[in-house]
Design a protein around this ligand. Structure first.
Ligand SMILES: [Zn+2]
Length: 307
């Protein structure tokens, strides 16, 4: 577990000891904060037959062993299938059925929904029914990066826990322990303070891809590349990641020119666009939308400078 999640961990373990751990826990945070590790630790801990004094899973009881073998009968993970961008109603029906079963190995049953943002409309409504009639000895662990986008009725039936990013010093200290090739502070800046994103940037390939993308953006504004060329080049790329690169680039610019109202307007529009990154939209269309916004902004900026 990451050091910046320790306080939240203690809070949850205390609630657990007092038998006050809620049925549905909704974690809200940003990608790149290490949330996957945290909720998986928590799931293992809740299922474990002999957790340590700190509440962590022991790693060798019957429950821990079947969990590691990905064959735990009291555990289910609901996530998007490889070829899909959303979680459908059938998956949530499966969850609902799972919740009704009796515990077989562990003291409780745990369902993990690390991509709550990906629930489609019908699936979200179906999940609501699961939340309305909580089965005993079950815990539903959800994670969202877009809390405000979830149905208010889902939010109100869960206890919400915020997962914050570490302070820059703490993140840099952690990156140092990962022996990054690049300078940790530089990586962290590129990753907008997200330590795990910073680490992934350190692997040369990601960094090179990001640099290529930014270089192509420049060529796009100079007119030596077109939006269509760029979007076809990047259509297989994770759209949210691509948009993050653009957001990070813009944020760095805005740090120097924080009065740039047009820049902040673009920033808001890109953040808005990000809510569509997981929708089953045409990838090229999504990228083109993003690029058009960028080109419009750069053109207006040039005009303002010239005036
Ligand atoms: Zn165990």
């Amino acid at each position: 577990m990451y050091s910046w999640h320790q306080a939240l961990w203690q809070q949850l373990q205390q609630a657990r000891q007092a038998k006050h751990l809620p049925h549905a826990l909704l974690f809200s945070g940003t990608d790149g904060c290490g949330h996957e590790t945290f909720i998986e630790y928590l799931a293992a801990s809740l299922l474990c037959l002999m957790p340590t004094a700190n509440g962590q899973a022991c790693g060798h009881c019957r429950s821990c062993q079947v969990l590691a073998a990905q064959a735990h009968p009291d555990f289910i993970r609901i996530a998007t299938a490889d070829d899909k961008q959303t979680i459908g109603i059938d998956q949530v029906r499966g969850l609902s059925h799972f919740m009704e079963l009796k515990c077989s190995y562990s003291p409780c049953r745990v369902a993990l929904l690390p991509e709550a943002d990906a629930l489609n409309h019908h699936a979200a409504n179906s999940l609501l029914k699961v939340l309305e009639e909580p089965a005993g000895q079950t815990h539903l662990l959800l994670f969202t990066t877009q809390l405000s986008q979830l149905l208010p009725t889902i939010r109100s039936r869960c206890q919400i826990f915020r997962m914050s990013l570490p302070a820059p010093d703490q993140a840099i200290a952690w990156l140092k322990t990962q022996q990054t090739i690049q300078e940790p502070a530089h990586l962290l800046t590129l990753a907008s303070g997200k330590p795990l994103t910073a680490l992934s940037l350190d692997s040369g390939e990601k960094l090179a891809q990001r640099e290529l993308f930014l270089q192509q953006l420049q060529q796009l504004c100079q007119g030596s590349l077109t939006c269509a060329q760029l979007s076809s080049h990047w259509e297989k790329q994770d759209r949210a990641e691509l948009l993050d690169w653009l957001l990070q680039h813009l944020q760095q610019q805005l740090r120097q020119q924080y009065r740039d109202a047009q820049g902040w307007e673009l920033y808001d529009r890109l953040v808005e666009l990000k809510t569509l990154a997981t929708h089953p939209l045409n990838a090229r269309l999504f990228i083109e939308n993003m690029l058009v916004l960028w080109v419009q902004y750069q053109t207006r900026r040039m005009r303002t400078k010239a005036a």
